[in-house]
Each structure stands twice: as structure tokens, then as C-alpha cells.
Design a protein around this ligand. Structure first.
Ligand SMILES: Cc1ncc(COP(=O)(O)O)c(C=O)c1O
Length: 392
């Protein structure tokens, strides 16, 4: 029996009991009429979660990385120009995938901890015919939210397809692919949606799916398994053309997770994430812990905090896990050992978890000689809850 954990890394999250139940429901075939109905309902629920009217809204088998690979493989052809916005690990991963697709890459970079500057994108696009612009909406490696409006206008004015990585944000804060005019926007099941890892929700604009179908005649998508025209034929064509054996239990679970989101209401869910992030931030600051990302572009779903001087990151995270069963993440790349990344995501985003983490952290930091006023973190979080929560 695996241990029970309090999952507060940036994914996976704890699962609501109803989602766990869905995972052990009787399995059906992937073309069983019952399952096809569940697929239809899942597509409709995903349209709600993505706040989109795109018909081609479905889930791909595979994790968030399948959404990333698929977006680029479907839109980019060898020799095309791809402008890739990079402000952390996941932007850099998109650049690598685009490079492997045979595109000419123009990288628009921002230092880790900051979003990409729209002026830099404008300069990079000037005088170029660009097939695709890629942007990470929530950079999980740094806890930075990328403001989308200006960047998406620049891509639209240039006539480029816009790809948005919403892996860290979908279901946790406003993700609006229609307003951004994005060609493809993708997420992952295991973060703010609180479904198990293994499927990647994707929404594709009518223009983008027409383009993918059209190129099939002269320049087929090089990765057959991730060809969106093939997936679309299985999800939406009258004859539901076989493409792969769908991960049936994972789709049951995604369906249930999205149904719970609809029940909560997407705006209420965004507000819940913002509330618990504010409480966590207030608690950390009251303990004298510095936040990594500037408040003006701080992600609500991933809080990045600096490991205090003299404190050993690995020891704190190890003790959080072994003594309290709490998982948080460390920094990546050059920030390994220097920052913590705490998920405020989906079912894990609740007051009990925030309070437990702040209280546990205070004790573990004191062991390493880092002192703050006893109980200050929890008290500050409580004050946020007292001011923002209306009594039931
Ligand atoms: C922003 C972002 N994009 C892509 C991915 C890749 O997702 P996965 O690990 O599910 O393949 C992640 C994973 O954390 C992510 O945070």
C-alpha cells in the first residue's frame, strides 16, 4: 500500500474521493456506446474548463508533455520559423521540441523569475514570417505568470499560430484560449484539474484543425500517434475512427474531475486558488521567507519561495515528507537548492493543507537554527482567511 501523502508539489495533487472512485469503475471497451457518451460529455466539460467554443477539445493519451509535443508537431513544418518564448525550464523544453521538428528557432528569453517582455517578442517577429509562437502561461519552474494579452495580440497581428502551455494554470486561474486567439492550448490532468496523471486536455481552434487536416495531403504530421486530425476523428467523427486504445479509466477520472469543476463553478474555483495562495504567501512572509517571483506576476497556483540562508533545502523537504507526509518541490536548474516550489492546486488547495505546511515548516526551520516568531506563519494565514472568507 503506498503511503498517504499531502501533495503540495506543483502536481500531481491529491484526488477528490469521487475521482478515485471513477478510477475503479468497471472498465468498458474504448468503442463501447457507454464510453463514447462519456467522451462526448468529457469534451463538453473540457470546453467549459477551457472557456472555449472550439469543437476540437479533447484529451490526448499521455502527460502534459504529449500536449506540448503534439502542438508543435501538428503546426510546425521543417523550414518554418518558430518564435519560442522562454523564461524557465518548460519554455526551454518547448524550444528543444521545436528545434527537433526542423523549424528555425527564434528564442525570446527572459531571466528566470520574470515574464517575457512583449517588446522583445515584437522585435523578434518584425520582418519575419512566423508559423508559430509558443508561450508558457504559468512557468512552473519559477512560479511566474505570463501576462497573455499583449503577446497574443502580437502573434495575431503577425498571422502566426499561437500555442499556449496552460499545464500549470488550467482549472486554477483564468485560461481563455478564445480571447487569446490561440491555435492550440493544452494542459495536463494532474495539476489544478486534480485528475490522475496520464492525459493531456487540448483545445484546437477551427483554423488550426483545418490547417492540420489540409497539410495531411502534402506534409503529414511527422508524429502519427499525436496527429490531431486522427484524434479528432476518434473523438468527433460519426464513425468514431479507431486510433488508439483509449486510457478508459483515466478518461472516467478526468470526466469526474471536470464534472466537479463545473459543480464548484470555474470562477469560484479560480477564487479558491487565489484565496489559498494569498494565505500561503502571507504565512511565508510572516516567517521572514522571501518570495521568489515579484507580486505583479506571481502565479497563484505555484508559489516559489527562497530557501533562507543557512538552511539546507533537501533536509527540510526530506523531513516534511518523512515526518508530516507533505510533498513540496525544490528548485530546478541553477535554482536547485535555492528555492522551494509549492503547489496551490486543485483538491490540494485547502486551508488544512496550508495550515499544516506553515506549521510544519516553522518547526523544521527552527531545527536548523532559523527562527521566526512562534506561530507567526499560521497566524498570518488565519488573518487572510478571516478577512476573505465569509462565514458559511
Ligand atoms: C508548464 C509545464 N509544461 C509542461 C509540463 C510537462 O508536463 P508533464 O510532466 O505532465 O509531462 C509541466 C510539468 O510540470 C509544466 O509544469
Amino acid at each position: 500500500m503506498p503511503p498517504r501523502r499531502v501533495l503540495m508539489a506543483p502536481g500531481p495533487t491529491n484526488l477528490p474521493p469521487a475521482v478515485l472512485q471513477a478510477l475503479i469503475a468497471p472498465i468498458t471497451g474504448h468503442k463501447d456506446p457507454y464510453f463514447l457518451t462519456i467522451m462526448d460529455e468529457t469534451a463538453a466539460l473540457l470546453r467549459y474548463v477551457f472557456q472555449t467554443t472550439n469543437e476540437t477539445t479533447l484529451s490526448l493519451p499521455g502527460t502534459g508533455g504529449a500536449g506540448m509535443e503534439s502542438s508543435i508537431a501538428n503546426l510546425v513544418q521543417p523550414g518554418d520559423t518558430a518564435v519560442v518564448c522562454v523564461s524557465g525550464l518548460f519554455g526551454a523544453r518547448m524550444a528543444e521540441i521545436a528545434r527537433r521538428s526542423g523549424a528555425e528557432i527564434v528564442q525570446v528569453s527572459a531571466p528566470w523569475g520574470r515574464p517575457v517582455d512583449p517588446e522583445d517578442l515584437r522585435r523578434a517577429m518584425a520582418g519575419r514570417r512566423v508559423r508559430v509562437v509558443t508561450i508558457v502561461h504559468g512557468e512552473t519552474s519559477t512560479g511566474v505568470l505570463q501576462p497573455m494579452e499583449e503577446l497574443s495580440e502580437i502573434a495575431r497581428d503577425n498571422g502566426a499560430f499561437l500555442v499556449v502551455d496552460a499545464v500549470a494554470t488550467i482549472g486554477g486561474l483564468p485560461v481563455t484560449p478564445d480571447a487569446w486567439n490561440s491555435a492550440i492550448c493544452y494542459g495536463a490532468s494532474q495539476k489544478c484539474l486534480s485528475a490522475p496523471p496520464g492525459v493531456a486536455p487540448v483545445t484546437v481552434s477551427p483554423e488550426a484543425i483545418d490547417y492540420v487536416r489540409g497539410r495531411g495531403r502534402y506534409s503529414p504530421v511527422p508524429v502519427w500517434y499525436l496527429d490531431l486530425a486522427e484524434h479528432s476523428a476518434y473523438w468527433f467523427a460519426q464513425e468514431r475512427v479507431y486510433h488508439h486504445t483509449a486510457p478508459v479509466p483515466l478518461i472516467y477520472a478526468l470526466h469526474e474531475a471536470c464534472r466537479l469543476i463545473a459543480e464548484e463553478g470555474i470562477e469560484a474555483r479560480w477564487a479558491r486558488h487565489a484565496l489559498h495562495q494569498q494565505a500561503l504567501v502571507a504565512g511565508l512572509e510572516a516567517m521572514g521567507i522571501q518570495l521568489f517571483a515579484d507580486p505583479s506576476y506571481r502565479l497563484t497556483t505555484v508559489v516559489s519561495a527562497c530557501v533562507p540562508k543557512g538552511v539546507t533545502d533537501a533536509r527540510v523537504r526530506g523531513e516534511l515528507l518523512s515526518e508530516y507526509g507533505i510533498e513540496i518541490s525544490g528548485g530546478l536548474g541553477e535554482y536547485a537548492g535555492r528555492i522551494w516550489r509549492i503547489g496551490v492546486m486543485g483538491h490540494s488547495a485547502n486551508r488544512n493543507n496550508i495550515t499544516l505546511l506553515l506549521s510544519a515548516l516553522e518547526g523544521l526551520l527552527a531545527r536548523q537554527g532559523y527562527g521566526s516568531v512562534g506561530g507567526a506563519g499560521v497566524a498570518a494565514a488565519d488573518a487572510v482567511y478571516a478577512s476573505l472568507l465569509t462565514p458559511a
